[in-house]
Design a binder for this molecule. Sequence first.
Ligand code: GRF
Length: 221
Amino acid sequence: MSSARPPRRIAVLISGTGSNMLALLEGCARGEITGEIVRVLSDQPQAAGLAKAAACGVPVQALPFESGESRHEHDLRLRSAIEDSGAELVVLAGYMRILDEQFVNHFATRMLNIHPSLLPRHKGLHTHRRVLEAGDATHGASVHYVTPELDGGPCVLQGYLAVRPDDDAESLRLAVHRIEHVIYPRVVGWAAAGRLQLVEGLPTFDGVPLQQPIREEFSRA
Ligand code: GRF
C-alpha cells in the first residue's frame, strides 16, 4: 500500500459477536469513515457477526481452521482472501486467533486492532477481571497497529474511564465496549482519510509522530 493513497477499502476480521464490526459499518454509513468495508472474514463460520454483516449486505467469508493445516498455511489462505477482496486496510475486531508473523509482517503498517485495556497494561485475555484484581483506578480500550508482538504494537488512541468501587467484570466489559464503539470508527476514519499512517514504527497523525497515544476520557452513563 502506498502512503500516498489512503486505504479506503477495508477488510474486517472477526471471531464473535461483531459489535465493533457493526460500529465500523455505522461509521461508514454516517461518513466518519470515508471508506468501504469490502469483506468481513471469520475463522468461525458460526460467528454471529458474520450473519449480521451479511444482513447489512457486506460480503462475508468464513475461513475455518482445517484439520492438519498449520497456522502458516491457514494464514496464507487468509492473506489470499484479503487480497482477493481488494482490501487495503485490515481491521481486527475481536479476531481471536493469533496471527502468524509472516502474515503480520505482510500487512505491517496497514493492520489495526482494538484491545479492551489500556495497553501496555493487561495484554491478552480476561482484561476486565485483571483490572479489578490489580485494583486499577482506570480502565479502557486501545486502538493500535499490529506487530508480531501480541497486543504490543504502537497505540494510536486510548479511551479511558474511572473504575468504580461497585464495578464487576461485566459492568466494565459493557462500559469498555461503549468506548470501543466510539474510538475504533474514529481511528479507522483517520486512516481511511489519510490522516493516520505508521511511519518508521510510529503512528503519525496529521504529520505529527505520536510518541504517546492520544488519550480521551469517557464518562459513565
Ligand atoms: C472487543 O472487546 C475487542 O476489544 C476485543 O474483542 C472484543 C470483540 O467484541 N479485541 P465484538 O465482537 O466486537 O463485540
